[in-house]
Design a binder for this molecule. Structure first.
Ligand SMILES: *Cc1c(COP(=O)(O)O)cnc(C)c1O
Length: 230
């Protein structure tokens, strides 16, 4: 049996230790519990353990869980978002971390207007250039954000990335460092729909390196809930 509360304590301790290396505290790093394929009961345990934000990568799955979790928590969309799911996503999610193309921005803006909502987004960056990953290339990210300036119902809150999986998390360090550089650059951009705050990077395998390189939002699944069964 997976002890969610204990796992959370261990993760928080490790987050605090990594944060200290860059003169930050546990509270400066936002922990998103990634709950894909996790039962509602376990999710409620995590919330009891202090989790206030969860990440789902499929709208359908989130919609099923949504009514079963009555707590006031943040819902983050962290997976590839199809345009035909944008309406539901805007209805239910507090932050869409996977904005990776103009056509999706346009659809989110439209749905935001219809629902009288500002849609908070992170721009997903494909920092490693792997073909299997979605995201804007680092070189194009600043231009991409500038090109969103007409979408008044979108609010760009920062950047998200998924580093390549490796057995040695040290190997991810250059990617995270590159993202921090890009984040600092994006931070200087001005615009009505730009309010840069979050650099979302780091998962169970590599969050310590990510924090050391400047992440302020990590997405942890396995480290909290154990190995997922598909
Ligand atoms: C599954 C997933 C995570 C969490 O991965 P773990 O290795 O289980 O911590 C984080 N981010 C995204 C985008 C994911 O799909």
């Amino acid at each position: 049996m997976v002890d969610v509360i204990k796992n959370l304590q261990v993760i928080k301790k490790r987050v605090a230790e990594s944060a200290m290396k860059t003169n930050r505290k546990l509270d400066d790093i936002k922990i998103i519990a990634v709950t894909k394929n996790v039962e509602v009961e376990r999710i409620l345990e995590a919330i009891q353990g202090g989790i206030d934000a969860i990440g789902e990568n499929r709208v359908q799955e989130a919609l099923i869980k949504y009514p079963l979790i009555e707590k006031e928590i943040e819902w983050h969309m962290i997976g590839y978002l199809q345009r035909n799911k944008a309406k539901k996503a805007v209805e239910h999610f507090d932050l869409i971390q996977s904005l990776d193309r103009i056509s999706l921005a346009q659809e989110l803006d439209k749905r935001g207007k219809q629902q009288n909502k500002i849609v908070n987004v992170l721009v997903q960056v494909n920092v490693s250039g792997e073909e299997s990953k979605s995201g804007i290339s680092p070189e194009e990210t600043v231009e991409f954000i500038k090109s969103l300036s007409d979408y008044e119902n979108i609010l760009i809150k920062g950047l998200m990335t998924i580093a390549p999986y490796t057995d040695d998390p040290e190997e991810t360090r250059p990617y995270f460092a590159r993202m921090k550089g890009l984040f600092d650059e994006v931070h200087k951009l001005k615009g009505r729909n730009i309010d840069i705050e979050y650099l979302s990077m780091g998962m169970t395998n590599d969050f310590e390196v990510a924090i050391e390189e400047g992440s302020n939002m990590i997405r942890i699944g396995t480290g909290i809930f154990g190995e997922r069964n598909y």
